[in-house]
Design a protein around this ligand. Structure first.
Ligand SMILES: Cc1cc2nc3c(=O)[nH]c(=O)nc-3n(C[C@H](O)[C@H](O)[C@H](O)COP(=O)(O)OP(=O)(O)OC[C@H]3O[C@@H](n4cnc5c(N)ncnc54)[C@H](O)[C@@H]3O)c2cc1C
Length: 477
């Protein structure tokens, strides 16, 4: 007898269709939905929930306004949203409007795609002084994310700014602070942020990287963009890009090509005469802040910085270690860009140390390496932490969905009843105002229309109330 495929062999135990809830409408959520629709083994009905009425997660609220082309990826997500078995429930927050246990009771499977919505702390004295901010807040603020619209950044009183960290988020922050204002004005940056940037008095932005130039976290493209800014000079001291022995051999033998490109670019750049633009962006390496000092009124004045030296760990990777030598840098503002971390959800296991949801290959587990929580999965930054570009989430979500499909074909969902309609009805009864994908498309068109009138790509609605009011009006028009 010929072998039958796993799907055929298990036809009798796979429900005719499965109901899947995806929590979060960022890249990882949309790639998970697309992977489900591609499968021949299951017929999946997908309900995607997001706490905001606007989809796309960090593509809308994280990617920098002067990186508009990157946002074109939403065309792919729009196609997924167009699928007949896809529904979007915006303005529904899991943990506030719906409990995790309720989702598990109403769906065959739940995929958490909630990203990393908080940030890591430096854990140093003075971190809570006025003037010390996280990049998360600043990025959310200039991108119109409703959570951050009440933040204020004293750009009009700041001459010297330090950005802690030298990953791509740090590069975004430094670049936006020094970007050509007319160029920014044509993007989807908020009017409020643009106005504050126009009043900015910044003259020097110092980017503090704890490792050496060869281990810098930024991508070659991002550092070159800094070097190409018209309003700013990229300043690198030749002594800081000179490689020690450990870095030289690591760069030759183990480093990714991007590290070599960074070193080449910065070495070349450090030999050039300084530019004459109004803002200096100074790249410092092998430095870690150890203390923020304020004036008597609790306002930031300076940061104490310890220099680091590299040592090779057991695997031969260069790591930074404090030398005990310190110096002080006068600063008016600090932006901490040292990594995002997840926010726990009540009733869902969480690894507080890593800021992610514990999982084995995307199957949610009670703890790291522990038993799986049947029917619950995790994708994207919630699964693996804040690493990778938008595209990285595609294969990652597909890998998790393949585990879900394996579970389906092995009969995991056979005995379960799913009843999403009861949950949706319950939301209505409880007065939760839900928006759908058509509402988003109308809001999207309205933002673009408002933007055109102002000569910009779009003019965002920046509060959930404003979004929901506009959605109601647009439904009636
Ligand atoms: C500042 C910044 C700039 C970036 N720029 C780039 C770039 O230029 N190019 C690039 O390729 N990548 C960039 N990235 C990386 C990229 O944005 C991420 O790889 C990607 O967004 C991660 O997708 P995700 O779906 O895991 O999370 P997210 O995009 O964060 O999506 C999570 C979604 O979950 C929702 N959510 C959270 N909690 C709940 C809840 N309790 N209930 C309901 N919904 C919830 C959120 O509202 C959000 O919509 C950038 C990242 C940052 C932080």
């Amino acid at each position: 007898m010929p072998d039958s495929s796993p799907a055929e062999a298990n036809d009798s135990i796979v429900p005719a269709s499965i109901n899947v809830a995806i929590i979060g409408s960022g890249p990882s959520g949309f790639y998970a939905a697309a992977a489900l629709f591609k499968s021949d083994a299951v017929t999946a009905h997908v309900d995607m929930f997001d706490r905001l009425p606007t989809p796309f997660g960090l593509v809308r609220g994280g990617v920098a306004p002067d990186h508009q082309k990157i946002k074109n990826v939403i065309r792919v997500y729009n196609k997924t949203a167009d699928h007949e078995r896809f529904r979007f429930f915006g303005n529904v927050m899991i943990g506030r409007d719906v409990a995790a246990a309720e989702l598990a009771a109403h769906y065959h499977a739940v995929i958490y795609a909630v990203g990393n919505e908080s940030d890591r702390r430096l854990g140093i004295p003075g971190e809570d002084l006025a003037g010390v901010h996280s990049a998360t807040e600043f990025v959310g603020w200039y991108n119109g994310h409703p959570d951050f619209q009440d933040r204020t950044f004293a750009l009009d009183q700041a001459k010297r700014i330090a950005v802690v960290g030298n990953g791509n988020v740090a590069m975004d922050v430094a670049r936006v602070l020094a970007q050509d204002l007319d160029e920014l004005g044509a993007t989807d940056i908020t009017d409020k942020a643009l106005k504050a940037l126009r009043m900015s008095t910044v003259e020097e932005i110092t980017i503090l990287g704890r490792r050496g130039v060869a281990q810098a976290a930024f991508s070659p493209k991002e550092i070159k963009e800094i070097g190409a800014l018209e309003r700013a000079n990229l300043v690198v001291d030749p002594s800081e890009v000179a490689l020690d022995e450990a870095s030289s051999s690591w760069l030759e033998e183990h480093a990714p090509p991007s590290a070599k490109k960074n070193v080449e670019y910065l070495t070349e750049h450090s030999a050039q005469a300084p530019g004459e633009a109004g803002i200096d962006i100074v790249c410092r390496f092998l430095v870690s802040p150890t203390k923020c000092e304020g004036d008597g009124d609790g306002k930031l004045e300076s940061v104490t910085i310890e220099t680091n030296a590299l040592y090779l760990d057991d695997r031969g990777t260069p790591r930074p270690r404090g030398t005990g030598e310190t110096f002080d840098l006068s600063v008016d503002l600090i932006f901490k860009a040292v990594g995002y971390r997840g926010v726990p959800l009540e009733g869902v296991p969480f690894n507080d140390g890593w800021g992610t949801f514990p999982n084995t290959d995307g199957r949610l587990t009670e703890e790291e390496g522990g038993a799986t929580v049947p029917g619950q999965y995790v994708v994207g930054w919630a699964k693996r932490g804040p690493s990778g570009l938008i595209g990285t989430n595609g294969p990652d979500s597909t890998a998790t969905v393949s585990k879900l499909i394996e579970d389906a074909t092995n009969g995991l969902f056979a005995e379960r009843d799913a009843d999403p309609e009861a949950l949706i009805a319950r939301l209505q009864t409880n007065g939760v105002t839900v928006s759908d994908f058509d509402d988003w498309l109308r809001l999207d068109a309205e933002e673009i229309r408002r933007g055109e009138a102002k000569g910009k790509v779009r003019d965002k609605f920046c509060s959930v109330d404003d979004m929901m009011t506009a959605i109601c009006e647009l439904r009636d028009s």
